[in-house]
Design a binder for this molecule. Sequence first.
Ligand code: A3P
Length: 508
Amino acid sequence: MLLQHRMDFWWFPHMWSHMQPHLFHNVSVLAEQMRLNKIFAQEHGIPTDMGYAVAPHHSGVYPVHSQLYEAWKSVWGIKVTSTEEYPHLRPARYRRGFIHNGIQVLPRQTCGLFTHTIFYNEYPGGSKELDKSIRGGNSPHVNFKLTCKIHCALSIQISIFMTHLSNYGNDRLGLYTFESLVKTLPPVKLAEKYFQIFPEERDPLWQNPCHDKRHKDIWSKEKTCDRLPKFLVIGPQKTGTTALHSFLSLHPAITSSFPSPTTFEEIQFFSGANYDNGIDWYMDFFPFPSNVSTDFMFEKSANYFDTEVASKRAAALLPRAKILAVLINPADRAYSWYQHQRAHQDPAAINNTFHLVVTAGPSAPKDLLALQRRCLNPGAYATHLERWLQHYQPSQLHIVDGALLRTNPALVMEGIQRFLGVTPIFNYTQALMYDDSKGFWCQRVEGGRAKCLGKSKGRKYPEMSPESRAFLAEYYREHNMELLRLLNRLGQPLPSWLRQELQSTSWS
Ligand code: A3P
């Protein structure tokens, strides 16, 4: 199959005179440019309903300039575009497609027809080279995939072509190229077909635009790669991540992301649907740092820890980030999550004891099993950490002892500061104070008063029953052993609770 082009398409880009969309920050101005072009097209009887457009020099397509996608959709109703920049120009065989903001982006490769290639016999390297290129070139992304991934089980060949206007004159090499291929499909149909064949490519993997020179060249001057975090607090939930977040924010050189109004203040970018919003959306949660080298921006999203895709996505955008994970006894974490759900009126938590929840068998009601999963799964710490370590170096990962964070936060915060390399070292013994009525460490504010976390953190509830504790000690025994092996391998100290847990379970 071949992406069907019409001649008018080439001398009819979506904007005036090859202007690059990433130079337009204001989406209305960009849309206005497109509107002018559309009016021109309509006045001259040029079709405007193809649903397909390309951007000059790939500008705005990848790295994504969200303004281009908005303007394309509103003015032209664009549904399909293509680029050779995702994920990078080379090697070409790794090029992939993705879908952003409803626009399907197809991978593209250069077939070698440029403005100056107009005569068959003068094709650089001889006409044989042209024929070779037509059949896929050096590194035919799509053909390669069909050959290697599907072992030719599918006889469909997808080639997406774009060429210069001059190739339609003289020897008409553009037409020659297209006619050498058999079947054509209009752009929108072709894109649908492509993502049917390669559904795994629908979700993009966002990268830092400043890590590739070509990407940087087509990245808006009004945007900066400095509005990205230097470190992440990844969770898991209920281990003291909010306390850690608030303590970190007291540090003069550390700045947290702005709170998200929709997801309990956390951005939750790498773990779910927010990722589809793209990096412009993500960066808007961070201020412009006043000093890039000394300012430490971070965000805390506690479900990153155990969300399958989060580590891969985080590493693609923030390969140099440092990662903080807070671990408490997974049995206590499970119980805290259960209490959290009770407080949020989850019927499965209200109508069942904790013991019933954690011991439920596979035939239990769905909502009970869903709650069980959320209680138990994050506590398989080693499994989740191993996934993060597939994408980050051990030196980038710091395990915070959540039990110690609770009892001696100043000590823990000192270790974290050394790990991050942040200066000056901030003295938390003065900034924090223990509050008897809360039963936790809080921020010391004016007048020697304590400012503690809200009611939802450090809840009062009965102790876990000995039966549940015994059940969970057994349930997590192997997971904790794995964690022990992992921390030993990494040369990281063992959290106090892990030592205790392993000692008590080895005697039982
Ligand atoms: P409980 O409310 O079950 O006691 P997270 O912020 O990751 O959701 O974790 C919440 C847990 O943090 C609380 O669980 C509490 O035990 C723990 N925690 C640790 N230090 C705290 C502090 N200084 N203030 C409040 N809660 C703290």
